[in-house]
Design a protein around this ligand. Sequence first.
Ligand code: GLN
Length: 304
Amino acid sequence: MVDYQTIIDKIVANSKEATERGVIASYIPELANISLHKFGIHILDADRKTYSAGEALEGFSIQSISKVLALAFSFSLVGDELWKRVDVEPSGDPFNHLSLLELENGIPRNPFINAGALVIADVLVSHLENPKEEFLRFVQELANDSSIRYNEKVALSEKRTGFKNYAAANLLKSYGNLRNDVDSVLDLYFYQCSLEMNCKQLTDAFYIFMNHGTCLREKSYLNLTQVKRINALMLTCGFYDEAGEFAFEVGLPGKSGVGGGIVALLPNTYCVATWSPGLNPKGNSKLGMAALEELTTKTGHSIF
Ligand code: GLN
């Protein structure tokens, strides 16, 4: 029997002593003003037992982690049609890189680089009557928590500063790979990135990916093959241009965001979320990655 609580208590104690904590994302003031000393970790296991340490119940901006939830929603709506418009290859490039999009004739490399996430947002805009409201409800239902909200200030700041995202959306549009107008797709994208969740809510929402496509409320949104594909994408593309390093150090499918969150899972076993806002040079949470490396090493619970 693995003692998750003892291990994560130790991880939190170590995190307090860390001198190198990485650098906070500073492209919008709402992220720049968060304390570098926040640290939370939460585990939800297959028996629905939970283990928590540090600031696991404090909300933060989930940013790119939302790309997995948007992918799950759009995949559940349109199935394999999706892969005609977005590829499934790791990029080895930062999340906002544009040149690959051009090389691939308007087909983004994968759904987790920004260009790919914009195509996913476009699918949602096409299929939903009120995209922002329905996407929020989808996330609330997955996590079984109706208190989850967008952070309006973050969404508006993203809009003010998101020049590369405007460029990517326009480029996609020029290739005919956005069906809706650029502004409505970007609106959904900026709001989804602004979702505020804590580590517990993230493990609750990602439970579906460790539980064969059935969420905490026992509702099935995805079939086995779809979950396999989403987990494969998280493993190969979930950490910007550091997916190889994450697989090497941690060995779990997962996704990070520039708000400092990471969520990762071992199918049938557990789901874990960490939050520490200091990022390494690749944009992934520095202490979050170290914590997950320690967790999988001590428990032996990785996919390898
Ligand atoms: N919202 C930001 C963007 O789209 C950052 C997303 C992320 O976590 N990489 O540019």
